[in-house]
Each structure stands twice: as C-alpha cells, then as structure tokens.
Design a protein. Sequence first.
Length: 584
Amino acid sequence: MPKIRKRNVHLCKARLSKFQKRLSEASEPVASSQTLPLAEDRPITSALSSPLVSDSIDSDVVPGVPPQVESDLSTSDSDFDPTEAMKSDPVAMMGEFCSDWIASLSREDVYSLSLLLFQVLQQDFLLLVGPAAKIIGKYLCKNPKTIEKWRVDFLKSEGELPEYLRGRYERMNAISNNEELTDQAKLYVRENSFRKGTPNMTARSFCTWVNDELLPNSTIEPGAPRKITVEVGRKWLHSMGFKVRRITKGIYTDGHERDDVIEARGEFLKTMTSLGFLRQENAPSEDVARLLPDVELSPDRDNTIFWFHDESTFNANDDQPMMWKDATMQVIKPKGRGSGIMVSDFIEERDGYLALSDSMFQAISEVDPSVPQSARVLFEYGKNRDGYWNSELFINQMKVAIKVAEAKYPPRVYKHVFVFDHSCGHTAFAPDALVASRLNKKPGGAQPAMRDTVWAGQPQKLVKADGTPKGAAMILEERGINTSSLILDQMREILANHPDFKGEINALDKMVRENGHTPLFLPKFHCDLNGIERVWGHSKRITRSLCDYTLVSLRENVPHSLDLISAEIIIFVCNVLKTLHTKI
C-alpha cells in the first residue's frame, strides 16, 4: 500500500482545527440504533492502528517541502509526531493527507478506509449517516450515496468488509481469457485499425464487430455475455496490448524483448565469447557464469580480429539544433535535410578504422598494387547523383574490405570476423539464390533463373534447356510431388521446407565464407551492440558544428570529421562495447 506523506506541520495544525470545527457544527446526537456497530473482534482502537492506517505513514518522506519548512520540522515543532496524531485522531488528520495520499490509493484501499472512518465518525463524534457520508465522500472523492451503500453492505455482512468485486466480473473473463476469441480480436484490430479511405477503428466500432460477428459465431462458456459495452471493449483492447497512439511517419517497432530476439541475443553473446571478444578476465565473473555457463572458447581467440560495420548518412542541412536566443530572435532554417552523403565503414578494437597506414600502404603497393589504402566508401545518394545504396554495391565494398583486412592482418596468422546488422541490404539473397517466394507457378514470366541444385542425391536444373526458368509446379513434379490440387502459396511452402531451399544463405554470408572468414549478424533491434554507432555520433557532432548548408562543404567536412576520431577513441568505444555485452 502506498506510504502516507507528511506535510508542513503548521499547515497540518491549522487544517486540524478547521476540520474539528466543521465536525462540531455538523454533529448531532444519534440514537443507538443508528450507530454503526463494531464487531467484537475488531475494536475501534485496533481498526485505527491496522496496517491500512498506521503502516501507511512514512515519517521519512517529505517531498516538496521548502528549506525553511524543513528547518521548522526539525526545530520548533520537533515534538509533533504526525504518526501518533494519525493514530489518535485519523479523521482530523485525513484533511491533511488526503490530497496526496488518497489519490495514490487503490480502489480497494479507499473502500476499506471509508468503512473505518464511518466507525470513527459515528462512535466518537456521534454523526448521523448523512453528514458522515458527506464528509467521507468529500475527502475520498466519492459520491455520498456510494459511501452509504458501502455502509449498508458492511452492516449486512455482520461487521465484516465485503469483498470488493470491481474488475472481477467473471462473465467478461470468459471472453477475455478465451485464447481463440482473443486471437481473432487481435487479427481484426491489426487489419482494420487503419485503412486508407475509411475511418479509423474506434472502441465503439470494435464493440459493434464483436457483438454482431465475433460472439454470435463463437462457442464460449455458458453464461458468458453475448454482448459487450464500449467500456468493456476498451478495457479488452488495453488488456490485449492496444493503445490509442499518434500515427507517426517512422516504421520502427520495438522488438528488443521479443522471445525470438532474446534467443538470438543469447546465441550471439555465446558466439562472441567463444571467439574471444568477451574475455572472462575482462568481464564480471558472475555475469559470465550466469549467461555463459558452457561456452567452449576458440583456440585462436587471441588472434581473432572483429570488424564492426555500419552505414550512416550525413546531410547538408543537419546542423546544431540548439542556440541561445531571446523572444525577439528567430532563425529561418531550410525545411528539408538537404543533399546527403552516405558513409560505409569498418572499425576494430586494435587499430581503429579498416585502413592501412601510409608506410604499410606504400610497402604493400609495391607487392600488390590492387590493394587500396582504405575500405571506406563515401556515397552521394540521390537520383541525379550516385543513385541509391543496395546489396550489390555493398558486396563490392566487402571484396575491397577483405583485401585490406588480409593485407593488414594476414590470414595465416589472424582470423577475421565481420559483424553486420540486420538491414535488408545485408541479408539480401543473390539473384540466382534458391528462394521459394520468388517462383511463379508456371515456367517463364518475371521469376529469376535459379542456380542448379541437388535433390535426393541427384543434380536438378531449375532452368529449362532454352533458358526459361522452371516454375514451382514443374520443380515439384520433378521431385515426385503431385501439384494438381495445390495452389501457388502451398507449392512455395513445400519448396521452402526442402533442405536445399531451407539451407540457402544470403549473398553477404556466402561471399564472406567463400573467402575463408566468419560473418556474424547482430540480433535484431540491437544497434547498441555495434561499436561504430558511437563513432557516427562523435563525427556527426563535429560535422554539425561546421555546417553551412551546402553539399560542397559536406564533402570536405565528412572525411575530416571521421579522421578526427582517433584510434584511441575507437579502442575506448570497443572496451565500452565489451561492458555492454556482459550486461545484455
């Protein structure tokens, strides 16, 4: 139960006097038959000292008290104890505490407290039912008729507090606890909450659908309601996780704690530890013991290089958003973000960026002139510029990155691990990959020509002799599956579960493995586990301070800001990243 907070002692005494005066004016003698009887096993003294009243007082919490008042509390009025005052005269003290305390009480606590106060008002002040109900109703923010009804229920129950039944309507629980009905309701809301050209779904329209379609066509427990009100429908929506939220332009959904993401996060953590990124001597022992009880460490973990990759965009109009100004100052800024440059780069924990020093580059160029000095790519995106970044362009950058990485850390000594996030460009499949969702039912059409595969130990071509791609039906017929009664979606589902289609890996994963290195993908929704994100933050802070809203200056400032991020800063960022990994 929430703690009662004490307030200014002087104000408390003034309100105590005022409240007692009002009670004396409203009080009248009352017949013994109208006095609320007290149960023998619950005398008024024990009721007032019950946990509902006495244990709710926190004499240590004094929020919002000014320094001068706090000084008064500790000096002139040090003998005044609100706890004892509440026990001896709770009705008088109620006027002081109810503003903060009553608002924080649950409905059940308010219910119980009102009945206890009825005992005090009738026993000690001899008030009639009506005036007592008005006083209690005012300070508990309840209708006096409601207070009187609670009193009648109390008397009928022979001095016991009746069970508080609000929110425990079993007939409604028969609907909300029905998994089949809940699944259908969730599906309806997700499909109809927003549709272009039609009004958005409301709680009332949801209830109309439930009453007209869902409940009449369902088999639920006998006695369950066949209709629900708008208020019940709104509570059901809230219990299913739906809320009324503003429609935003972004497409981000937070799945950080989704079950499949949590599982992927655990596997990623184990892999990073087994490869040597998280060392037991650098991580808290209890965290390693709790999260990684059975991790087998790689024998070459001391010579493993982890390359963290990511892309980021810098815009010409992206400047500092804050400034000092008074009411007469106004700055007119461009509305859009302006032209942009995308940067794609790598960092590692030993020497910073994926780049060769001048001396190393000169020595390697004499042996292999095809090795560039850096793997960084600066890409001016846009229709009339370099176009748009895609999977094919990134694969080309990866070929360059592998060359630079192998020149800097020879693979005969070092093992390379490339860490990527889960963007659609990184997980895209090659044009000839075995992807069932790309197939048509019949041969030809817009479906891609897929590479040859092996089925049941025999090679199978997925392209006809004239170069026409085979459709899903022909591929399945060649595998001995009758497709006469199957539709396209069923054919795709069957093929997607065949070992060759199911085992297909994306183009980036395949290319890195073919070069003898290890690709590793971050768990979804976990950009915080990518150290290069902090490098982008540092470089953008520098770029914003130099912004003059032109693409020409952006071309100069972006490489400059990135080069200002020293290897020491990147090493520090990677050490922070290791700490984050141990706290996942």
